[in-house]
Design a protein around this ligand. Structure first.
Ligand code: UVW
Length: 339
């Protein structure tokens, strides 16, 4: 065990789950929390909270993230489709198909690993900022680029750490779409508190909070006619510049924050205080870097949200492990809600 920092960001929890901790707020999903989550299974109905992984389609949403590319595996130089699978033995007549997929891990319904976002911060107190991630893990030492001997990838904070926890607990749905509709609305602390109060939603330690904005449903419905207005200028986003909102996320005890929009929060275009350099995604910084809280994005929450509304509920059992892919910065996920 080794502490990697002398100074930690003012509102961070570095060290509080252990100096070598790599799962952050998932530590709050205890056996008791899982038992309480299981009590939310009353009807035995399940919901798939992923959109098809080839959506949103194209690369209008983020230019550097491409749709899945499928190739067919080969055997004996032939494509392995409708293939005599066990051709090594002429007496066997099984037929098989094998493929391979190149997946951009953050293209569609996904989890951000704790290695997805870092920041510049003077953690060793020598007057110069270095690249740090949750719990003081370092860019160049633990998070490696393609030129590093052991790179590329996350030697620490990779998505496999999240997978190993199984990510099963209680989900709590908050319906912003019902309040704010399809217009782009920057939702801050006061707005969120009003929705929680009016919808009588209680959030407890270890809960995974799901923010329903309706964005993903619109993307699925309009998938053949997507434009930048829908992708970048519609539906609610959290206001990461609202410090009270970030403090509430911390104090709420939630283990993970999930949304059915692109990035949970909107991008910031100025610092607000004249600083030349500032975080474009301050909620990402507080949650991922400072609190060790994974963010789920592009989830398909609308069908579950509709059912919960119709049944006057907001809670459900959520099972959402990412791929156990060593060293990855994120992962596609097929979350399952059980009600
Ligand atoms: C970005 O990389 C913009 O963030 P995320 O994938 O977490 O939305």
């Amino acid at each position: 065990m080794q502490r990697r920092w002398k100074v930690r960001p003012a509102k961070s929890n570095w060290g509080e789950f252990g100096d070598d901790d790599q799962i952050g707020r998932l530590n709050l999903i205890t056996p008791d929390v899982r038992r309480m989550a299981a009590l939310e299974i009353k009807e035995g109905l399940t919901f798939c909270l992923s959109i098809p992984l080839d959506l949103p389609g194209g690369n209008l949403l983020v230019s550097n993230r491409l749709p899945p590319m499928r190739t067919i595996a080969k055997k004996a130089g032939r494509p392995l489709v409708n293939f005599p699978f066990c051709c090594d033995n002429p007496d066997w007549n099984d037929i098989g198909c094998d493929d391979a997929v190149t997946l951009y891990t953050q293209y569609s319904t996904q989890w951000d690993a704790l290695s997805h976002i870092g920041c510049e911060f003077d953690a060793d107190d020598d007057g110069e900022a270095e690249i740090v991630y949750y719990n003081g893990y370092r860019g160049g030492e633990h998070i490696l680029g393609p030129d590093a001997e052991k790179g590329p990838g996350a030697l620490r904070l990779g998505i496999e750490n999240m997978a190993e926890t199984c990510v099963q607990g209680r989900g709590v749905m908050v319906d912003l779409f019902a309040r704010f509709g399809a217009e782009q609305k920057l939702v801050g602390y006061e707005d969120l508190m009003r929705v929680l109060e009016e919808d009588k939603i209680t959030v407890e330690s270890g809960d995974m909070l799901c923010i329903h904005t309706g964005w993903t449903r619109a993307v699925v419905e309009q998938k053949d006619n997507l434009d930048t207005q829908l992708l970048h200028g519609s539906h609610s986003v959290l206001n990461g510049a609202d410090g009270k909102l970030l403090d509430w996320i911390d104090k709420s005890g939630i283990a993970a924050l999930i949304a059915d929009n692109f990035a949970v929060e909107g991008f910031q275009t100025s610092s607000g205080d004249g600083s030349r350099r500032f975080p474009a995604l301050p909620l990402h910084r507080r949650c991922i870097v400072e609190l060790g809280m994974n963010l789920g994005e592009l989830w398909h929450l609308s069908p579950l949200n509709d059912w919960l509304k119709a049944n006057k509920r907001s809670r459900f059992m959520l099972t959402a492990p990412p791929l156990r892919m060593p060293g990855s910065f994120g992962s596609p996920v097929t979350p399952v809600a059980t009600v």
